[in-house]
Design a protein around this ligand. Sequence first.
Ligand code: ATP
Length: 235
Amino acid sequence: MSLPAIRISGVAKRYGTLQALGGVDLEIGQGEFFGLLGPNGAGKTTLISALSGLVRPDAGSLEIMGHDVVADYRNARRNLGVVPQELVFDPFFSVRELLRMQSGYFGIRNNDDWIDEILASLDLSHKAQANMRALSGGMKRRVLVAQALVHRPPVIVLDEPTAGVDVELRQGLWQFIRKLNRDGHTIVLTTHYLEEAETLCGRIAMLKAGKVVALDTTGNLLRRFATHSLRVRVD
Ligand code: ATP
């Protein structure tokens, strides 16, 4: 069996008295399109933060393409692109400057050809010189996706990339993310939208109160729960 893209073993995280993650085990194969579903506060963002090294788990381990996130952070992080939920940027940087900085963070110089390709595929070429503060919310969200791609990571994690996004842009983002998956990227997507997970994901894990309460192929999960009851569980 080939190396899993992501291996999460017994990961626990407590904030004070609150158990945000209570021993999560997950293995996600290379090339999968994997959905992480769960209600507000289920622990999805905490799990992603642990994967990207922003949150240190109290117990357990996380690996990306065989690299331990704590012990081998540089290599783990090089293999991971993260699209965070929050639209936080320095408003005075242009889109291109931001993407160059992100490239620099990974030690990549002269990345403009690749940056141009990413901008074109996200329909952002015309905004390359624009300051971040001059972009619409939808454009900022696409810049977040672009940022996650500058170092060509094989594994991409998107934390509610379509939250607050209109239907048209949502469809555009879906198409783009699908193409990334077809091109061989492993995709992990957190979402509240069952419709989104159903359309895109091959497998789904449902998280509730920091624990995986269901893990199966999307088809099997939908068969197990009537669509209505699953929607109630998710929202
Ligand atoms: P949402 O769908 O609303 O984004 P989520 O599934 O991503 O939720 P998390 O953001 O991971 O959930 O939060 C899990 C729990 O941990 C919540 O109860 C949240 O209040 C708590 N939490 C998250 N970050 C912190 C923090 N930095 N300090 C204290 N508690 C936190």
